[in-house]
Design a protein around this ligand. Structure first.
Ligand code: SAH
Length: 352
């Protein structure tokens, strides 16, 4: 579906070009291979959003680049800023699909929350991203570009992202190759300079992929969306649990901890009357006993049309667990996964 009939076909994004293809493009114009590095550095580290800004490239080369490529492949469809300085970008991709990413600023941290898929195939019953299923994986450059765009919102010239959480739309481990490719570039000093230790990958819990991630030998921080202490309840909340089961997920997460030495976080969205009673708290404490693990309680963010509510976390605290209730940031700009995209798509649908 073309939501904006008549807009020109976007030019191919520079980050989408392989270094080899770009090198050949420059060579055809008598330009040295060094130009590839220069152009990429301008976009990734130098905040350039136009070729004109790339002052160490010859003027005619800049003009020709501008005719054939675009520095960034996405367009900003909406840019919302909350009173707490949380920014949310709704980005339109080359195929008119939309994704969301968020910049959360809590000095000294500047955290980017990024998406890995258009939609999500996991179908967690309380989550806006999965309500219409998954459309496609994002490319590595579409993932990387969210980081560049969010970094460009930090104060120039030296503002940088300190942390990344892969907690936007989609299941990151279902698009692991593209995610890792993007994060590798992000970690590079000519990229965005964000090391693996400062990157959290949140997953619904795909055991084989968790093991693959562990085998990479990188220091990523893993967060597992548990949301329930037993399979019966978890399968009601997280339908994919039917095929995996909590035991396999915990075993894979233990493996990750063993191989990387990085403590795993278990996320638990509190849904009033569903998974928040003292009984579940005790069961969760027993389940995770003996593990060096951290529990992150997430207050449910209302999703229009869904019947869930936000309880208080007192029950879990009374059960004597080490808990941290995640702060709600940017709620007035629909900062939680998938909510803004949904709203804009519904607006467009009702306008047709
Ligand atoms: N697919 C990944 C990333 C999802 S988003 C995963 O399942 O972990 C990151 C976290 O936000 C997940 O724990 C997810 O369950 C949670 N989440 C999704 N929608 C939410 C909502 N409306 N309120 C609170 N947390 C939500």
């Amino acid at each position: 579906m073309n939501l904006l009939p008549g807009h020109p076909t976007p030019l191919p994004a520079i980050l989408d070009q392989s270094p080899e293809a770009l090198r050949a493009w420059f060579a055809e114009r008598g330009q040295p291979a060094l130009r590839v590095k220069q152009v990429r550095r301008w976009v990734l580290a130098g905040r350039a959003e136009s070729f004109e800004q790339m002052s160490d490239l010859p003027r005619d080369v800049r003009a020709e680049l501008a005719q054939q490529f675009s520095p960034l492949g996405t367009r900003i469809e909406r840019h919302l800023i909350a009173t707490d300085e949380t920014h949310k970008l709704l980005l339109r991709l080359h195929d008119d699909r939309m994704i969301e990413c968020v910049l959360i600023q809590e000095a000294p941290r500047r955290t980017a929350c990024i998406s890995t898929q258009v939609g999500c195939g996991m179908g967690c019953v309380f989550c806006a991203s999965g309500l219409n299923g998954v459309v496609r994986n994002l490319t590595a450059s579409e993932i990387l570009e969210q980081l560049a765009r969010l970094r460009n919102l930090t104060p120039a010239p030296d503002g940088r992202l300190t942390n990344v959480v892969v907690m936007g739309m989609g299941e990151p481990l279902a698009n692991l190759d593209n995610l890792i490719e993007a994060l590798e570039v992000a970690g590079h000093k000519d990229g965005l300079g964000i090391g693996a230790r400062h990157i959290t990958i949140s997953t619904v819990g795909l055991p084989a992929k968790i093991r693959r991630l562990a085998d990479l030998g990188k220091q990523y921080h893993l967060a597992v969306s548990l949301h329930a202490p037993n399979d019966l309840l978890r399968t009601r909340i997280v339908p994919t649990n039917d095929k995996t089961g909590i035991a396999d997920i915990l075993a894979a997460a233990d493996d990750f901890f063993e191989k990387t030495g990085r403590q795993v976080t278990y996320e638990y969205v509190l849904l009033g009357g569903l998974n928040d009673s003292p009984r579940e708290a005790r069961e969760l404490a027993t389940l995770l006993q003996g593990r060096k693990a951290h529990v992150n309680l997430i207050p449910f963010n209302d999703v229009e049309g869904l019947p869930y509510t936000r309880p208080t976390p007192e029950a879990l605290k009374r059960a004597g667990m080490s808990v941290k209730v995640r702060k709600r940031k940017g709620s007035e700009i629909d900062a939680a996964c998938g909510q803004l995209r949904r709203k804009v798509e519904q607006e467009v649908a009702s306008a047709v």
